[in-house]
Design a protein around this ligand. Structure first.
Ligand SMILES: C[S@@+](CC[C@H](N)C(=O)[O-])C[C@H]1O[C@@H](n2cnc3c(N)ncnc32)[C@H](O)[C@@H]1O
Length: 237
């Protein structure tokens, strides 16, 4: 398991900023947020447990894993929108037999764990998305049993526009998932409430045996963020 740079902030030197402030800055800067927000219990836990996950997002998957047993027992896991990589870390930890393919449009720092493989791919670029199924089969040795999808498209700060964009991107990812997921497999995807949601829900519901919309206890309070846990992919006809 790789060691994140966060550890270097642990020993606060005399006369330097308090440890809590350094921790807050480090955590928030890594996540691209405001530098001085108060660290919440998940950020503190990540630091204090020295688990060195690459991001606080790890706790969202840990929570969902405890409730839905998504990763355990799997052998082939695809992680879409994986950077910086904490979901892939949790997946590899939880499924010790699994190969995990971490895919993102941004580069991902390699892992010491060889079972976590990396692929640079922008899912919104047609050529790159079209090449994905072959790359998945090559890396995982077959179609994925589980697709994790924590993709977060770039936002502009206007809630309605951003939420719509989220729905559009997830709608674009659904046909990709259909090509890389094995029949009977599961998909977990981050969503936002939006006007596109109902139509998309219907489409996902048609393709999977069961779909549940759940909130992770690790999502920030007030965040417009839910996860759809879609299980039992019906396969392509
Ligand atoms: C919230 S982060 C994922 C965090 C990750 N689950 C973790 O635990 O480290 C969302 C990711 O979605 C990626 N993303 C957004 N649009 C994408 C696209 N079109 N193709 C691939 N990745 C995309 C971003 O680059 C970003 O790394």
């Amino acid at each position: 398991m790789s060691k994140a740079r966060i550890v270097q902030f642990a020993p606060a030197k005399k006369n330097s900023a308090p440890l809590k402030t350094l921790l807050t800055r480090a955590l928030n800067m890594r996540e691209g947020g405001a530098s001085y927000a108060k660290p919440d219990r998940f950020a503190r836990a990540r630091f204090l447990q020295q688990k060195v996950y690459r991001s606080r997002a790890a706790f969202k998957l840990i929570d969902l894993e405890q409730r839905f047993a998504l990763c355990q027992g799997r052998r082939r896991i695809l992680d879409l929108g994986a950077a910086p990589g904490s979901w892939s870390q949790v997946a590899a930890e939880t499924a010790p037999e699994a190969v995990v393919l971490a895919v993102d449009k941004k580069p991902i720092e390699p892992f010491a764990e060889p079972r976590i493989r990396l692929l640079r791919c922008d899912l919104e670029i047609a050529d790159e998305a079209a090449a994905l199924p072959a790359r998945v089969t090559e890396a995982l040795g077959g179609k994925a049993e589980l697709v994790l999808c924590d993709v977060a498209p770039n936002t502009v700060g206007l809630a309605r526009l951003d939420n719509t964009r989220f729905g559009v991107v997830v709608a674009e990812i659904l046909p990709i998932v259909e090509t890389v997921l094995e029949e009977g497999g599961d998909w977990i995807v981050k969503m936002r409430h939006s006007t596109e949601e109902a139509e998309l829900w219907t489409r996902v519901r048609e393709r999977f045996e069961k779909v549940q919309a759940v909130r992770s206890v690790a999502s920030r309070p007030g965040a417009n963020e839910i996860y759809w846990v879609a299980s039992g992919f019906r396969g392509t006809t």
